[in-house]
Design a protein around this ligand. Structure first.
Ligand code: HEC
Length: 89
């Protein structure tokens, strides 16, 4: 029984961690206002036409660019990416 409790304690955070990786567009909008707007007037002024990127590559393209561009925290980056990709929908 004790082993089961330990295994559960180890495995339980895993699905939560991957779920947290999915960005929240609402939080991304707030992050854009605070972190990006001083240089990009709004999300259409980022110099990248998200709609022209193939849909399956959008998240990866933005993620990898933003990792080296004013967005170090992974959670915040995921939120920003979620916000930016909604432009193309
Ligand atoms: C200090 C000013 C500054 C801030 C803050 C800033 N950017 Fe930029 N951004 C730029 C400049 C200048 C460019 C164009 C040159 C380049 O690609 O680095 C750019 C380019 C981009 C591009 C286009 C890249 C490409 O290859 O076409 C994206 C997307 C972008 N920024 C998103 C963001 C987001 C999202 C934020 C907020 C987290 C942000 N930027 C914050 C100055 C800034």
């Amino acid at each position: 029984m004790r082993t089961l409790a330990i295994v559960t304690a180890i495995l339980l955070p895993l699905p939560l961690a991957s779920w947290a990786g999915d960005g929240d567009a609402g939080r991304g909008e707030a992050a854009f206002v605070s972190d990006c707007r001083r240089c990009h007037k709004d999300r259409t002024a980022i110099g990248m036409d998200v709609a022209k990127i193939p849909p399956e590559e959008r998240v990866a393209t933005l993620e990898s660019f933003l990792a080296g561009h004013h967005t170090r925290e992974a959670d915040r980056r995921a939120d920003l990416v979620a916000y930016l990709v909604t432009m193309a929908q």
